[in-house]
Design a protein around this ligand. Sequence first.
Ligand SMILES: Nc1ncnc2c1ncn2[C@@H]1O[C@H](COP(=O)(O)OP(=O)(O)OP(=O)(O)O)[C@@H](O)[C@H]1O
Ligand SMILES: O=C(O)[C@@H]1CCC(=O)N(CCc2ccc(Cl)cc2)[C@H]1c1ccccc1Cl
Length: 327
Amino acid sequence: EDWKDRGAAVIVKKEVDASGKPVYRTVKKGVQDFSFGRILGEGSYSSVYLATDRQSLKEYAIKVLEKKHIIKEKKVKYVNIEKNTLNRLTDHPGIVRLYYTFQDEQSLYYVLDLCSGGELLGILKRTGTFDVECTRFYGAQILDAIRYMHSRGVIHRDLKPENVLLDENMHVKITDFGTAKLLPDPRDLSADSGLSGPLSLQGDSRSASFVGTAEYVSPELLMDKSASKASDLWAYGCIIYQLLAGRPPFKGGSEYLTFQKIVNLDYDFPPGLPPSARDLIERCLVLEPARRLTTEHIMNHEFFDGQPFGRDLWRTKAPRLRPYVPP
Ligand SMILES: Nc1ncnc2c1ncn2[C@@H]1O[C@H](COP(=O)(O)OP(=O)(O)OP(=O)(O)O)[C@@H](O)[C@H]1O
Ligand SMILES: O=C(O)[C@@H]1CCC(=O)N(CCc2ccc(Cl)cc2)[C@H]1c1ccccc1Cl
């Protein structure tokens, strides 16, 4: 192959025809272009493998879904949502990148960024809690990624520490978009498209079916099933609380008891939490979605005073992991 593979979705092969004339053939990447390594993890409908591109030797995570299982579990819609969502979120360092997809008789394949640092939940369990510096760094990276997602009309709807992965530099990569809600793409909502309908249509997408993970689900999703961008900020408040406290704010002995705690806003802070962190969490964990802080408000909140966002945030070296020690 004269064409160096640059992680492109297709490879151009240079060959010669019978008369010796050079001809170029484009072929889509496929299973044979990778050497599959160990299993990185398993989902309900998927297995994720470490894989190396045979040409560029670049390492990826390849998520493999078995078609038979997807069809049996009626998850074909999920497959398309994950692909369409990831194709909308292509240029942010805090979102797992989908390079390309392909399929064979039995399976679907998603070639993704390799997140060799594992899940945020995993490192939180090892340290117990995060100190303020770590909470600010990871809180800022997660927020920066949410802000980008929302700007592209994507509501994640299942944000939680298990879905915040870490790359080789221990930087955040948000994953698991199969249950996301796609609003009309703001980039298509140019004035003349007439698509810029009533804001309520865009700001508050009705969702009859999906509910996230018990501890992080927002009260509005439990009460009347309407997910909006504010639902992601409720989950964000739960995550910040969990980084500092070592456990989520709403955790009952059963899912039902957890839901009761959520709709009654029944949670307490462990002693010694910094006042600015308490204030930030309190302003995210607000029952009325419209009264919750937005990503812009949170970036300007006192808890993040002096914390760079944007490019600088992604160039910063991840802080050493230290547990939170009350003063
Ligand atoms: N890009 C990645 N790099 C490294 N590990 C990954 C990557 N994506 C997923 N994993 C790991 O593989 C496992 C399965 O992930 P996957 O997204 O397929 O299923 P899941 O969403 O975790 O499970 P479920 O579908 O039940 O919600 C998870 O434990 C996850 O940590
Ligand atoms: O949307 C696409 O990029 C293609 C379009 C052509 C195609 O056939 N597929 C697979 C569609 C599909 C979805 C679910 C099952 Cl169980 C089987 C096939 C899509 C696909 C291929 C690979 C991985 C994911 C997807 Cl959605």
